[in-house]
Design a protein around this ligand. Structure first.
Ligand code: PXP
Length: 241
């Protein structure tokens, strides 16, 4: 069964709206774990718009499942990763003006640079993942870089308004999953996944993890974190390969 890793950045977004101490993403992470999440994700952005250094330092000490540290490929973040040694580092592109991560990392033409960047991370026993679009060239580059995982960006599929467009995006992702697996890459999926569109992946074999934040936290506002996480775990357990 694929794993459910919950992104708790959205809890920190609410806290940062008042620059206060609540709600605390560390508490949210513990509640997600209690409800059945098999991993926790935090993205420490360069502009510190939601997750703060304190959150990363604390989650590294309190995590019961596994911590997936999302970060840009900068020297500052590399030092952070080496200090806290998360289970996995996921490299994502970062633009200051974006609302959320808008597309995959561009690996093509940066293979040697990214391989070098990841070398000390791999030496510390941290697994690596590259957040990429389901583009054959990006998948090939990710393989060359030597990452263990790719997280295929599902945002364009999730944003598609009409079924033909959605189906077209879905096909690209499913082809990308197969292409990655054929190269020996492990595959995670993330961005814009929710309680209904995740079912489109029900028959796709070999997906390791779903990385989901927004839809779980949106449901949690009305029903609580425990129920929101349990509902998603139940869907994955019941319907998804
Ligand atoms: N994966 C990556 C790389 C992301 O940047 C995000 C958003 O923070 C997610 C997954 C989760 O996306 P969503 O919040 O839309 O579920």
């Amino acid at each position: 069964m694929p794993l459910l890793c919950v992104n708790v950045d959205h809890v920190a977004t609410i806290r940062q709206a008042r620059l206060g101490i609540e709600p605390d993403p560390i508490v949210a992470a513990a509640m997600c774990e209690q409800a059945g999440a098999t991993g926790i994700i935090m993205h420490l952005r360069e502009d510190r718009r939601h997750i703060q250094d304190r959150d990363i330092n604390l989650i590294a000490q309190t995590i019961q499942t596994k911590f997936n540290f999302e970060m840009a490929a900068t020297e500052e973040m590399q030092a952070f990763a080496l200090k806290i040694t998360p289970a996995t580092v996921c490299l994502v592109p970062e633009k200051r003006a974006e609302l959320t991560t808008e597309g995959g990392l561009n690996c093509v033409g940066h293979e040697e640079k990214l391989k070098k960047y990841l070398a000390p991370i791999h030496e510390s026993g941290i697994r690596s993942s590259l957040f990429i679009d389901a583009d054959p060239a990006q998948i090939k580059a990710a393989h060359k870089i030597g990452a263990e995982y790719v997280e295929i960006h599902t945002g364009h599929f999730a944003d598609a308004k009409k079924r033909p467009e959605q189906k077209n995006e879905l096909k690209k992702i499913i082809d990308g999953i197969k292409r990655s697996q054929d190269l020996g890459l492990k595959v995670n999926l993330g961005h814009g996944l929710n309680y209904t569109n995740i079912l489109d992946f029900a028959d796709v074999p070999g997906i390791c993890e779903y990385s989901i934040g927004h839809s779980i936290m949106a449901r949690a506002i009305f029903l609580g974190i425990d129920r929101a996480v349990k509902d998603m775990v139940e869907i994955i357990r019941t319907f998804v390969n």
